[in-house]
Design a protein around this ligand. Structure first.
Ligand SMILES: [Zn+2]
Length: 164
């Protein structure tokens, strides 16, 4: 692999984020999600004691779930071990439910810590559970930068909720 040195980019990279308003001032979507009057309003699948499960509003595929602690923290080390255990239990359950509902060929489970790692909302830790199919990064995704999600969030919510 070739390495292209581009040190002038470091000032640009460092400027990203600093120019944005303080994210602490904005209402956090993951903190506000459990306040939804009805679970369907925010596609809540399950409310646990320390964490909850919702549909990703911007799914990479049908059935894209998020497991989120109620606590607004950015790092795993800031959660107690009871919360760690419940998150793991919810990931295990989520995997089983998605397997049952969608019968995918694979499942991604993971968290992106920090914006540089790909976190869209890096202030509030969340885990993704994502059903995968071989060649699901298809022509439209690769060439058109457009994802094809055949199922509506309402349909996904009804199916997953019933299986949960
Ligand atoms: Zn939050």
């Amino acid at each position: 692999m070739d390495t292209l040195w581009a040190p002038w980019r470091s000032s640009y990279v460092n400027a990203i984020g600093k120019s944005e308003e303080n994210p602490e001032d904005k209402e956090c979507v993951f903190c506000s999600a459990p306040n939804a009057a009805r679970d369907i309003d925010r596609y809540i699948i399950h409310r646990g004691k320390m964490a909850f499960v919702i549909l990703n509003l911007y799914p990479y595929s049908n059935g894209h779930l998020l497991v989120i602690p109620y606590q607004h923290v950015s790092d795993l080390s800031q959660l107690d071990s009871e919360t760690h255990h419940e998150i793991m239990d919810l990931l295990v359950k989520g995997q089983a439910v998605l397997q049952q509902v969608y019968n995918p060929q694979g499942i991604n489970i993971g968290a992106n810590l920090g914006a540089a790692a790909g976190a869209g909302i890096d202030q509030h830790l969340h885990f993704h559970i994502l059903p995968r199919w071989i060649a699901d990064v298809n022509f439209m995704t690769a060439i058109g930068k457009t994802r094809v999600i055949p199922e509506s969030l309402e349909e996904s919510w009804e199916k997953i909720r019933a299986a949960w």
